[in-house]
Design a protein around this ligand. Structure first.
Ligand code: ADP
Length: 255
């Protein structure tokens, strides 16, 4: 464990999550607990269901069954039809950073960052701007506040997208392969920002193939295959002594 010790307070508890697309069962009873301050890294082959887990936690995908609860929020049971306010509660607890940035092309960097806080969360505009500037400064991009996303490198776009997520002040950050679309030389800066956020105590679930990041930042690594969490352990254990054959085969392929 490389950073602030997670507390034992569960921030998020998900159990028995299942999801099918037509005949394809993508999630098969996924259980996941994330404690406050914890960094959970999700690894596994393409198509194993990692993105669907993240999207389910964020309310972008509605599971067919199982439950999700955030500390202090409703216990959402997907066996029943999802109520709009439960979905909104879910959406409000986490913010997601995608493989490709999610910035509006016709908004400046600053406009992109304050859009959610001002329009959705009704934060006063001056306050939202001050917070956005402070966050941009932290990731070394304050001088880019008035440019448009296309004027940034891919790595800068992702760092702005991370700031956009942080500005929403979510209790949980979700990263879906945040560096996999970047040129190799741009990956490091983005991973450094994510690692710094982890060190500051942000709670996050990260889907990534960057095992050096997982080694350095993860408190727990989950290996998924075929819609199931096959194995879960600390990074050292997972990468040096995986227990399952499927985990070994996967790690052999990507190491
Ligand atoms: P991973 O993130 O591990 O690559 P995903 O969660 O993206 O896996 O996808 C798991 C499986 O679900 C894949 O076979 C994918 O094609 C399928 N899938 C994901 N989203 C949809 C969708 N909206 N409609 C149909 N199939 C989907």
């Amino acid at each position: 464990m490389s950073h602030t010790n997670p507390t034992s307070t569960p921030l998020l508890q998900a159990s028995g999550l299942s999801k099918s697309f037509g005949d394809l069962q993508v999630l098969r009873s996924i259980d996941l607990t994330v404690t406050k301050g914890e960094v959970v890294v999700l690894i596994g082959p393409s198509g194993s269901g990692k993105t669907t887990v993240l999207r389910s936690l964020n309310g972008l995908e509605i599971p067919d069954g199982g439950r999700i609860s955030f500390a202090g929020g409703p216990d959402i049971d997907f066996a029943a039809p999802l109520r709009k306010r439960d979905r909104l509660a879910l959406r409000g607890r986490s913010a997601m950073v995608f493989q490709q940035h999610n910035l509006f092309p016709h908004f400046t960097v600053l406009q992109n960052i304050i859009e959610g806080p001002v329009q959705v969360q009704k934060v006063p505009r001056a306050q939202a701007i001050a917070e956005a500037e402070a966050l941009l400064d932290r990731v070394g991009l304050l001088e880019k506040r008035d440019v448009y996303p296309f004027q940034l490198s891919g790595g800068q776009q992702q760092r702005v997208d991370i700031v956009r997520a942080l500005a929403l002040q979510p209790s949980l950050l979700l990263f879906d392969e945040p560096t996999s679309a970047l040129d190799p030389e741009l990956v490091g800066d983005v991973l450094t920002v994510i690692k710094e956020l982890a060190d500051e105590g942000w709670t996050m679930v990260v889907v990534t193939h960057e095992l050096s990041f997982a080694r350095a930042a993860a408190d727990e690594v989950l290996f998924m295959d075929g819609g199931v969490i096959v194995e879960r352990s600390g990074p050292k254990e997972m990468f040096t002594n995986p227990q399952h054959e499927r985990t070994r085969q996967f790690l052999d392929r990507i190491l």
